[in-house]
Design a protein around this ligand. Structure first.
Ligand code: N01
Length: 512
């Protein structure tokens, strides 16, 4: 292909340098697919683990499993690793991989457009050196399922005069000591940051719309002896990892087939409440009225004691508006309004998940954006990875690949393997374009929907970010992770429409 001035040709353009993008870079490199670039809008690798720096940020998946299978880390300090340690791990893996020379930081993808004639994606990025254009054979998107903060739409929020920030964009310059702080949201992020804040703030109001099931966290540090064993005894750490994996997988039937088994989790949750909270009225307020597992099951030993502390109030009346210096709630039963003053407002209100913002920037065949296509019927992708109408696009952590029970890194590695197999198959067969057929994608989606029906996510009686505007669960994988890996274990080219490389054909004709 002739080069266009200012445009770089690459085989693969990887979006994001989190666990997904980094794994894609490493595995493509190992497979000899070395002509790639990784575009990262942040200043370093690590993705969510570099950006989420709120106090108390830790992983709720055991460390032994929350790491790459190809880069075990014998040095984890605790059963559940803190954010800083996970980020340092990704940095070390990146450095040791020898791929960092192809990472471009502080640079955002502006848009990506499939160019039929070129059989390539034209991708525009913007970074410190201005706008850059790439012509890429494939795009591998590892842009993250939980990366774009969702701010609450509450009347008057833009008029708030104090400091306000989202849990995933923590403002460390704001001193919280002695302040009146409000936290909106009681999800996985809030239950980690609230106990930390409770120790330093003057007063905190925690605004709860829906309580979550929160069970005890079996937390402890690894001893020096354990770490030495992980490092020196062949197979020891891998054996523990396998045990953790199997234990988590054993929970899948309760999520996917027999939600009534979740009663055992609810019992644990009720005991956790009784242990952490003295006041019966407060206990009632934090007890969910839906089946455990319907929303993500949270783990914490410190959440309930923090809510029970004298300097914390749990507010359950709906927020009706925010003023320059206060939050106003209205009791639906009595109509009574209460105004609570606030110095600092923390919104721990989650992310855009079922309408990922990156989809607005990707335009496939027929000039339609991915957001337009998904807006019609919800997110869908063949094997959660490739999308009809969007040739040579691979979405890591795509539709129905997320988990409520185990480590996303297992899923990421499964998808990356599929991508690498696809890249190898394309090179072997001289294919320039692969695109899943509509029939293959529809059959895959129909099977997911069928398997989703009895799950706790559909039947558990809650509203959650797992479900889209049509009420479909387009986020989670409805089964064991090893079945997902099995489905993606080989690149099934028979489910794809393919095109040979026009340009090499033209070149051959010229050379003949
Ligand atoms: O976000 P969430 P998160 N007014 O969407 C409430 C992962 N994660 O950042 O339940 C009032 O779970 C909302 O209420 P409701 C993990 O996968 C992992 O906490 O919708 N409240 C909810 O309470 C997790 O699931 C770790 O009624 C409003 C909260 O805000 C995912 O990230 C740690 C509101 C949002 O909770 C997201 O967690 C942290 C409004 N207008 C996060 N809008 C690990 O440990 C929303 N809410 C690996």
């Amino acid at each position: 292909m002739s080069a266009t001035p200012g445009r770089s040709n690459v085989d693969h353009l990887i979006v994001g340098a989190g666990f997904a993008g980094l794994a894609a870079a490493i595995k493509l490199d190992e497979a000899g697919e070395r002509d790639f670039v990784v575009i990262e809008k942040d200043s370093d690798v690590g993705g969510t683990w570099h950006i989420n720096t709120y106090p108390g940020a830790e992983c709720d998946v055991p460390s032994q499993l929350y790491s790459y299978s190809f880069a075990l880390n014998p040095h984890w300090s605790k059963v559940y690793s803190p954010q800083q340690e996970i980020w340092a791990y990704t940095r070390k893996v990146a450095e040791e991989s020898g791929t960092l020379d192809r990472f471009v930081f502080d640079t955002a993808v502006l848009d990506a457009r499939w160019e039929e004639g070129l059989q390539r994606w034209i991708v525009r990025t913007e970074g410190p050196d201005g706008v850059q254009e790439y012509a890429a054979r494939t795009i591998i998107s590892g842009s993250g399922g939980l990366s774009e903060p969702r701010l609450p739409e509450i009347e008057g929020i833009e008029d708030f005069q104090g400091a306000i920030f989202h849990s995933a964009r923590w403002d460390h310059d704001v001193d919280l000591a002695g302040k009146r702080v409000a936290v909106i949201g009681t999800g996985a992020s809030a239950i980690q940051l609230v106990p930390e804040l409770q120790r330093v703030v003057g007063h905190m109001d925690v605004y709860q719309r829906t309580p979550n099931w929160v069970i005890p966290r079996n937390e402890r540090s690894f001893s020096a002896l354990e770490r030495t064993v992980f490092e020196k005894v062949p197979g020891a750490q891998r054996a523990l990892r396998s045990l953790v994996y199997a234990t988590l997988e054993a929970r899948v039937p309760a999520f996917a087939r027999f939600p009534q088994l979740m009663r055992a989790v609810e019992l644990q949750g009720r005991r956790n409440i009784a242990k952490g909270i003295r006041d019966p009225e407060l206990r009632a307020k934090v007890t969910p009225d839906y089946r455990a597992g319907c929303k993500r099951i949270l783990i914490s030993n410190r959440w309930y004691p923090a809510l029970d502390a004298d300097n914390v109030d749990l507010v359950t009346e709906p927020i009706t508006k925010i003023t320059g210096d206060a939050i106003v709630t209205t009791d639906p039963a009595t109509g009574a309004t209460v105004e609570r003053p606030v110095d600092v407002l923390v919104v721990a209100t989650g992310f855009y998940v079922t309408e990922p913002p990156i989809a607005q920037h990707i335009t496939g065949r027929a000039g339609r954006t991915l957001a337009d296509v998904w807006d019609d019927g919800g997110m869908a992708a063949y094997k959660g990875t490739t999308i009809h109408g969007f040739p040579n696009l691979f979405q890591i952590v795509g539709p129905n690949t997320a988990l409520g029970h185990s480590s996303m890194i297992f899923i990421i590695e499964s998808q990356v393997r599929y991508v690498v197999e696809a890249a190898k198959a394309m090179r072997r067969a001289g294919l320039a374009v692969i695109e899943p057929t509509q029939a293959a994608q529809d059959a895959w989606t129909a099977e997911i929907r069928r398997r989703m029906r009895p799950t706790v996510w559909q039947t558990g009686g809650c509203a959650s970010w797992y479900l889209d505007k049509f009420g479909n669960n387009t986020t989670l994988w409805p089964g064991q992770t090893f079945t997902f890996r099995h489905h993606l274990s080989r690149f099934d080219v028979d489910k794809y429409d393919v095109e040979a490389d026009h340009h090499s054909t033209q070149r051959e004709a010229v050379n003949a």
